[in-house]
Design a binder for this molecule. Structure first.
Ligand SMILES: NC(=O)c1ccc[n+]([C@@H]2O[C@H](COP(=O)([O-])OP(=O)(O)OC[C@H]3O[C@@H](n4cnc5c(N)ncnc54)[C@H](OP(=O)(O)O)[C@@H]3O)[C@@H](O)[C@H]2O)c1
Length: 238
């Protein structure tokens, strides 16, 4: 049995781009009242225009615990909260500056932790983190990213006990074509996507909507908690 998202209040933090934007759009299409949150007013305005309907936008930086607490204190309880927010410098452990490594952890792990600590979610509602398949399939050049993703997945499993009956899950994407990769020169980016499509059992690069599907599956499935759903085109087994 699945629940409907009709008339539910759904918050997508990191909803102004990529996976978060696709999730917010899909939730709005399924009848939810959607709020997106992120740091940049411009990105939020553009995203709200794309989602359409009654979508609402809030400026919020998940690294700022006080701001996160203030935000949730002023809002009614949510039915579903999704944390897709992160900006993580990466590179080999031996060459990535330690300040950048801490920045990555602050953004992706501690940001999600702050939200989990402050969020008011109704009974049987859900909290979903976006981790990443590097948690189980490490890359020699992205070791920290894998460790952060593994920490997030463990956080979701533990919180599923602590916050019960609120359900807590993680979705772990493989390589997804989103603005996260817009910093790469176009040629390099397209070569990376093409290489992945050739290598992966799914024979394609992931799209943000593939991950949004999994997030909404977890949000609307009352028996799903403590789960990590990997959607990686087979990247972890290839
Ligand atoms: N794309 C991939 O290949 C891939 C693969 C595995 C895992 N993931 C994970 O999936 C998640 C989403 O990635 P994406 O590809 O959708 O990236 P994206 O397109 O860059 O979107 C990231 C979103 O997070 C927001 N954000 C960043 N830092 C924030 C902060 N401190 N507080 C609030 N909002 C913040 C950004 O908006 P503002 O700039 O306005 O804050 C943006 O809306 C990330 O955790 C990423 O690591 C992605």
């Amino acid at each position: 049995m699945t629940e409907t998202l009709k008339n539910t209040r759904v918050l997508v933090i990191g909803g102004s781009s990529g996976i978060g934007l696709a999730t917010a759009t899909a939730a709005a299409q399924a009848g939810a009242s959607v709020t997106i949150a992120s740091r940049s007013r411009d990105k939020l305005d553009a995203a709200v225009a794309r989602i359409g309907g009654e979508a609402r936008a809030v400026m919020l930086d998940t690294r700022d615990l006080e701001a996160v607490e203030r935000f949730f204190a002023e809002e009614q309880a949510w039915d579903h909260v999704v944390v897709s927010a992160a900006q993580t410098p990466g590179g080999p452990v031996h060459s990535l500056a330690i300040t950048d490594a801490r920045t990555a952890m602050d953004s992706k792990f501690w940001g999600a932790y702050h939200v989990a600590r402050a969020a008011k979610i109704r009974e049987a509602g859900s909290l979903t983190f976006i981790s990443g398949f590097l948690s189980v399939r490490p890359s020699a050049t992205s070791v920290l990213q894998g460790a952060i993703n593994a920490a997030l997945e463990a956080l979701a499993r533990g919180l599923a006990l602590e916050l019960a009956p609120v359900r807590v899950n993680a979705v772990s994407p493989g390589l997804i074509a989103t603005p996260l990769w817009s910093g790469l020169p176009e040629e390099k980016r397209e070569a990376m996507f093409a290489g992945a499509a050739q290598r992966l059992p799914a024979r394609r690069v992931g799209q943000a909507g593939d991950i949004a599907n999994a997030v909404l599956f977890l949000a609307t499935t009352p028996f799903a908690t403590g789960s990590t759903v990997r959607v990686d085109g087979g990247g972890a087994i290839a």
